[in-house]
Write a protein that binds this ligand. Structure first.
Ligand SMILES: [Fe+2]
Length: 233
């Protein structure tokens, strides 16, 4: 493990390199605790982090740990397994399901949950998710658009899977087409589920990013300029 980790991080960019006036390194996380962020965490391996975004299915203690370790605020949406957030939300983080927040000029919109498969957890039908979006359209207009769409599930046909639990939402494809966010960041479809799964896919003007484990995104430079700070595969 240690040898792989050293080789992996050697390919990344230098700590604090060329961060410009709007230095925004986003630590995005989803689905699994990554040993590189916890058991094997070493601060010198990582750039400064400005904001943490969670796409869900992570324990509250882990999100609190990340906030204190990187000294950064957290926005999150709940995954289908995050039912305990109702009574015990992540301490200090902000749930952005169904709303838009503005962080230093970056407009971030959130949608929680997965498709319905048991009705026992954080699950939505396509129609329910469509209406969640419709109720947000005034906010989108008021913010004059959106830069990041943060969801648990992927869009339909992009990083999703051919089963009811991991099927994507069609309304997210509509949001990409109509509002052209710079990023659509999601979790839910683990990158270790099978072969040929893409971490980043360009769709129209939008980078769709699977946040499984962790991925560090330089907001300005995009995936091409963000080095290889991500869960090794
Ligand atoms: Fe999930």
């Amino acid at each position: 493990m240690a040898k792989n980790v050293e080789g992996f991080f050697a390919a990344g960019f230098a700590r604090g390199e060329d961060r410009g006036e709007l230095p925004l390194n986003l630590l995005i996380v989803a689905d699994d605790v990554d040993p590189l962020l916890y058991d094997y965490y070493r601060p010198e391996r990582f750039p400064p982090i400005d904001l943490i975004l969670s796409c869900g299915d992570l324990k509250q203690w882990y999100l609190s740990y990340l906030m204190s370790t990187f000294n950064a605020p957290l926005y999150y949406v709940r995954g289908n397994h995050d039912t305990s957030y109702v009574d015990n939300p992540p301490d200090g983080g902000e749930n952005i399901h169904g709303k838009i927040v503005n962080y230093r000029g970056i407009r971030i919109m959130g949608f929680e949950g997965s498709q319905v498969y048991t009705r026992e957890a954080v699950q939505y039908t396509e129609r329910e998710m469509y209406w969640t979006y419709q109720f947000m359209r005034f906010q989108i207009w008021r913010h004059r658009g959106v830069d990041i769409v943060l969801t648990h599930s992927p869009p339909e046909g992009i990083h999703d899977m051919d089963n009811v639990t991991h099927k994507g939402f069609r309304v997210f494809n509509h949001i990409i087409k109509k509002h052209r966010p710079k990023y659509h960041i999601h979790g839910h479809t683990h990158l270790n589920y099978g072969r040929n799964q893409e971490r980043v896919t360009r769709v129209e003007d939008t980078y769709v990013i699977n946040a499984y484990g962790f991925y560090i995104l330089n907001f300005e430079k995009g995936p091409e300029g963000s080095g290889r700070y991500q869960t090794p595969r």
